[in-house]
Structure formats: C-alpha cells, structure tokens
Write a new protein. Structure first.
Length: 69
C-alpha cells in the first residue's frame, strides 16, 4: 500500500503545473492560423521547438567575426 501511495503521488506531481503546456499550445495556435494551415507537422514541430527554447541567445560577436563580405 505505501508503494501505491508513492507512485500515485509521483503521477499526480508530473501534471501539477500546466503552465508550460498551455503556453506551448497558445504558441502553436498563434503559429498555425488559417492562413498557415498548409504547415506540415514537422515544420510546426520545428517552429515550436525554436519558440520554446527560451534559454538560447545568439553570440553576436562570434557571428560577426565569421561574417564573410
């Protein structure tokens, strides 16, 4: 019985915060509008992956040093 209680608590805690799920769904809804309904699932998945990667930031100095004129 204690093991069942522990597993139930773990299962419930996995879905305790729906903020990230709701945020991603809102982003998907704004991306896949009626004008963009031809987006494939793969393209939509890639767009959502990029939009949800909040910790990424470009290294401008490195990009500028590699720029070819």
């Amino acid at each position: 019985m204690p093991q069942l209680r522990t597993q139930a608590a773990q299962m419930l805690s996995m879905f305790g915060n729906t903020y990230l799920c709701e945020q991603l769904f809102s982003s998907m809804k704004m991306t896949k509008t009626s004008n963009r309904r031809r987006l494939t699932d793969e393209h939509l998945r890639s767009i959502l992956r990029i939009s949800s990667a909040q910790s990424l930031s470009p290294d401008i100095d490195e990009l500028a040093s590699k720029k070819r004129c």
